[in-house]
Structure formats: C-alpha cells, structure tokens
Design a protein around this ligand. Sequence first.
Ligand SMILES: Nc1nc2c(ncn2[C@@H]2O[C@H](COP(=O)(O)OP(=O)(O)OP(=O)(O)O)[C@@H](O)[C@H]2O)c(=O)[nH]1
Length: 328
Amino acid sequence: MDDVDLNRDRLALALEAAGLDLWENNLLTGEVSRRAMKTIATLGYPEEEQWTCVEQIFQLIHPDDRPRVQQALDEHLSGRTPQYRAEFRLRAQDGSWLWFANYGKIMNRDNPSLAQRFVGVTFNIDDRKRKEDELAQINQQLAEKNALLERYNTALERLAATDSLTGLANRRRLMELGANECKRTARFSHDLSLLVVDIDCFKNINDAWGHQVGDRVICAVADACTGRIRTGLDTAARVGGEEFVVLLPQTKLTSACAVAESLRQTVANKQVPTNTAGTSISFTVSVGVATWQGHAMSFDQLFNNADKALYRAKQAGRNNVQVWDEAA
Ligand SMILES: Nc1nc2c(ncn2[C@@H]2O[C@H](COP(=O)(O)OP(=O)(O)OP(=O)(O)O)[C@@H](O)[C@H]2O)c(=O)[nH]1
C-alpha cells in the first residue's frame, strides 16, 4: 500500500467516523464526479440509480429550500464567501423529506484552469432539525399560553378592582387611587374633594319591593354618579351596600358642593320601575362633602370627615348635602 492509498484510507475512516459523505462536482460540465453514496442510501434510492448531473440532485431539494441553497452556491461561486454552506431537505424515495447540511469549497480557485472542482461533504441533520422544530413549537405554545395568562391577569385585575353590580370601582380600588391622589395633592398643593353618597331609607325600598328593585336603585345611583364625573380625572366607587364615593381631584370645596347638589337633584328626579307593571318608585340620597385644603391629611381622614358630614345630612332629615366643618 503506497502513501496515497494510505492517506485515502485514513480520510475515508475520518469521514465515516464523523458521519460525513464526500462528493465532488465538475463546475464546468455540471457532472457529479463523486456521488454522496451514504446520503443516497439513507434516502432509500438504489445504489445503481444514476445521479450523474448536479441538476438531478438539485431537483431532490425541497422547493422551499432551493432558493436558499442557490443563493449560498452563488455567493461561494462568485467568491463572496470562503466556503459554501447550506441546510435543506431532500426527498426520500418514499416521498418523505429528510434534513441534510452541505459544506463545500471550490478547489484551486487561484488557478482558473483548475477552478472546476467543487468538493464538499453532506451530513444528516434530520434529528437536530426535528428537535429544533419541536422546540420552536413548544416555544410558540408557551408564548401563546403566556399571552393568554396575561389577558386573564388583566381581566382578573379589572375584576378585583370593580364592583360586579354597578361596574364602578370597588372599595379596594378607591383606597389605592385615594392614597395616590393624596400624594399628588400634597406635591402640587391642589385641593382634593370627596363626596360620600348614601341612599336614603334603602332598607325600606328592599323591604317594600324586594332586592331586585333595590339593585336597580343602586345601579340608577351609580349611573348618576358616573354622569357627574370628569372622565379620566374623577372616580366614582361603590364602597358598601348603598354607599358610594365620588373622588374629585383638583376641586375646591365650592365646586365639590355644586357637584354634590346636582347629584342629589339628579337622583331625586330619577324613577326606577318596580316589578309591578307600569309602576315605578323614586328615591333620594344624602351627601357628605369634605375637602383637603393644603394641610397634610391621609385619605382615611378625608374619607372619615366626609362620612361625618354624611351623618349630619342624615340627622338633618336626609335628601340634602352637608359639608364637613373642622369646628363642628
Ligand atoms: N338590594 C340590595 N340591598 C343591599 C345591598 N347591599 C346592602 N343592601 C341593603 O341595604 C340596606 C341598608 O340599610 P341601612 O344601613 O339600615 O340604611 P338605610 O335603610 O338606607 O337608612 P339610612 O342610610 O339611615 O337612610 C340593608 O337592608 C342591606 O341589606 C345590595 O347589593 N343590594
């Protein structure tokens, strides 16, 4: 065995151990001078199959992958890339598609008369590609589940902050907003006003007409509160069975009293149908007003002050507005 044979055997062993399948094409004639036999066998084609020209092999490449392979070839043939690399699917004899990768190079590029040998190796990357596809699918499913979870979270947060009967903010949300508004008020030296609105003798409405009618009255008052507020600035909340709060940032006492009085009148003019056909009932609210005018106060204190004013409104015969007075 001479040195050439020995080196060829060594090369064949190294290629086999690395799972590489050697091929060689003649760039001038387009002939396949050495076929990648292992690849042909893996694809299930008989050994006698004549794969003699490059174009025949190109036809085995998946149509979606051909432009990518062609581009890699063009870039190498024009000298823009030092080697040709591409990943693509080949059609097996049974019609299935298997992933392979190519690594090749034009030999003797410096000598144009010899620049016709295009030598390379093909190797099977089907397992890796399938795992990558599975991983991509899992990642996609995870991303979809995450997006769904985010949507649920947003919906849950909205639910946790909303009163289910009226759709107004609930007590928890009001306490958060109120605390923030107190901080802003302290920073910018604004006035901050708060109304506590309570339906008068609501127990009698429930007792006389039932809870369903009572609920309608609650919703009618909620509508009246919503109708009186500045969108994006004020907040209307339901804080108890028949008790509501209207939070009015940057609002002086006189303006808050005007809002309270107009709200009282709007409610007094409302009619809610009862369960008896054709009949409806009217109802009233009492309102307590408190304003934070520059001196430090927590939201709880402001709320308590408005509650004290509300108590006075109830004492004064209901269906009226009272203002919290520090001296009182
Ligand atoms: N229909 C209905 N009733 C409720 C709801 N939450 C609380 N209530 C009722 O509201 C009534 C409140 O009664 P009270 O606290 O005595 O107050 P009031 O009758 O309005 O009397 P004043 O506030 O003094 O004018 C109770 O009968 C509660 O059962 C609700 O969501 N729906």
